[in-house]
Design a protein around this ligand. Structure first.
Ligand code: NAD
Length: 471
């Protein structure tokens, strides 16, 4: 006999569990399905959270080295990778046991297993502890996430080839590490390994790191990465990968067709992510696009009226916070409310050192659209707070609509940019104009003043830079 549930959420990542929790809070009878023992998904088990624990340690190692310049000498760090891994695992354990408690507190039925749709209102769960459970549902939210992409023709089954999941396990600190892909994961995990002592090379096939982000922001990060990493290879592809004695032989090809070989101890492949397939989807009217994303409307409804989809499986950007918000919209839509997922800004943060963050419209995207915008910048060299940190390499910029002076986007590179960007997101979402940021009193001395001073710079009268506005 099938069990009946009002709402089933398939996948308990930051999209799925946020949706399930919210639905339960709104009084629905909810079943949540995932293979892991507790909610968390890739984000908590093998993504955002463990990587940030390791990046925190990496920042400490770098800061301790930097301290020599201020007369404080710590000596070279001695790194116990087992204890480091244990710290990371403890963080994951604490967070996931917390989400498990929240499931019980909300009286959500948690099924540990893999779901296969059997129709528009039914699915089977192959349970982790054996056996199958049949479920009938009023509505379903598919939140099955994504998996690391592979480089076509370059898959080598070797423990020396890592993806983000295995790289987070820090089984060893390789002497020479090659990171394939200069995106979020490549730069974040490359930074972790560089701080732990690896000589890191990053190879990126496009002309710049973090394609899509504004070049002036990336330039600041790239300068520091070039000091930390052994090499940054741009417009270069990996065309060969083979296991040799004590390592991997890699063949690079540059844009002009030049080839050369090099040897590395390990390779981390971080060339993007792909949506996961939802088993049994063919038993429903749910449609999937050419890239594997489930097609959804503004309410996150699929073509099957009972089924919704959110998060990485429902389209880019593949970011945890986007998934959580979509989850809440989907629940409200199921409850019959007049809602739509239509954010003016979704912040993106790369947790490197310095951090790089942007929200709303980027200058790059404005140029691509041929949209005229005005840019106001405040260099951190003029910020008292960044001088006290001995980190004057940052930059805060505003992307402003000419005429209305509305803030359309904000970009920040510098330590703490990931926290600072929240003000930018609020500004864009609330339709703030440059004067709002300028007239809002920001505490001194803080890095947040750079947002205010960038707005002052727009009017040509930032206190700490003299750059009169051209008439
Ligand atoms: P990404 O899309 O950020 O970067 C992949 C990079 O690999 C791109 O720059 C691309 O041009 C390059 N590339 C692709 N094929 C290549 C090849 N054959 N050789 C060399 N370079 C190649 O993807 P990612 O870093 O794997 O991360 C996946 C996704 O996970 C991100 O898009 C993001 O949505 C999410 N993520 C977010 C965070 C965060 O929010 N801080 C952190 C990690 C991951």
């Amino acid at each position: 006999m099938p069990t009946r549930t009002e709402l089933v959420v398939i996948g308990a990542g930051p999209g799925g569990y946020a949706a399930a929790f919210y639905a339960a809070d709104r009084g629905m009878d909810v079943t949540l399905i995932d293979r892991e023992p507790n909610p968390g998904g890739v984000c908590v088990y093998r993504g955002c959270i463990p990587s940030k624990a390791l990046l925190h340690v990496a920042a400490l190692v770098d800061e301790a080295k930097h301290a020599a310049e201020w007369g404080v000498q710590f000596g070279d760090p001695s790194i116990d990778i087992d204890r480091l891994r244990a710290f990371k695992n403890r963080v994951v354990g604490q967070l996931t046991s917390g989400t498990g408690q929240l499931v019980r507190a909300r009286k959500i039925k948690y099924l540990r297993g893999s779901a296969t749709l059997t129709g528009p209102t039914s699915l089977d769960v192959a349970k982790e502890d054996g056996g199958t459970e049949q479920l009938e549902f009023g509505h379903a939210i598919i939140a099955v996430g994504s998996h690391p992409a592979k480089v076509p023709g370059l898959s080598l089954d070797s423990p020396r080839v890592m993806d983000s999941t295995s790289a987070l396990e820090i089984e060893s600190v390789p002497g020479r590490l090659l990171v394939v892909g200069g995106g979020y994961i490549g730069l974040e995990l490359g930074s972790v390994y560089a701080a732990l002592g690896s000589r890191v090379t990053v190879v990126e096939m496009t002309a710049g790191l973090l394609p899509g982000a504004d070049r002036d922001l990336v330039a600041v990060l790239q300068k520091r990465i070039e000091q930390r990493f052994e090499a940054v290879l741009l417009e270069t592809r990996v065309v060969g990968l083979k296991e040799v004695k004590d390592g991997l032989q890699v063949t690079f090809e540059t844009a002009d067709g030049q080839r050369r070989d090099d040897r590395f101890d390990k390779v981390l492949v971080a060339v993007g992510r792909k949506p996961n397939a939802m088993p049994g989807i063919e038993k429903t009217r749910v449609e999937v696009d050419a890239r594997g994303f489930i097609k959804v409307d503004g309410r996150r409804r699929t073509a099957e009226p009972t089924i919704y989809a959110i998060g990485d499986v429902a389209g880019e950007p593949m970011l945890a916070h986007k998934a959580s918000h979509e989850g809440r919209v989907a629940v409200e839509a199921i409850l019959g409310e007049d809602v739509v997922f239509d954010p003016a800004a979704i912040p993106a943060v790369v947790f490197t050192d310095p951090e790089l963050a942007w929200t709303g419209l980027t200058e790059t995207e404005a140029n691509r659209q041929g949209r005229r915008v005005e840019i106001a910048k405040f260099p951190w060299a003029a910020s008292g707070r960044s001088l006290t940190l001995d980190r004057t390499d940052g930059l805060t910029k505003l992307i402003i609509e000419p005429g209305s002076e509305r803030v359309l986007g904000v970009g920040i590179v510098g330590p703490g940019a990931g926290e600072l960007i929240a003000e930018g997101t609020l500004a864009v979402e609330m339709g703030a104009v440059a004067a709002d940021l300028k007239l809002t009193i920001h505490a001194h001395p803080t890095l947040s003043e750079t947002v205010m001073e960038a707005a002052e710079a727009f009017f040509g009268h930032a206190t700490h830079v003299h750059r009169p506005k051209r008439k």
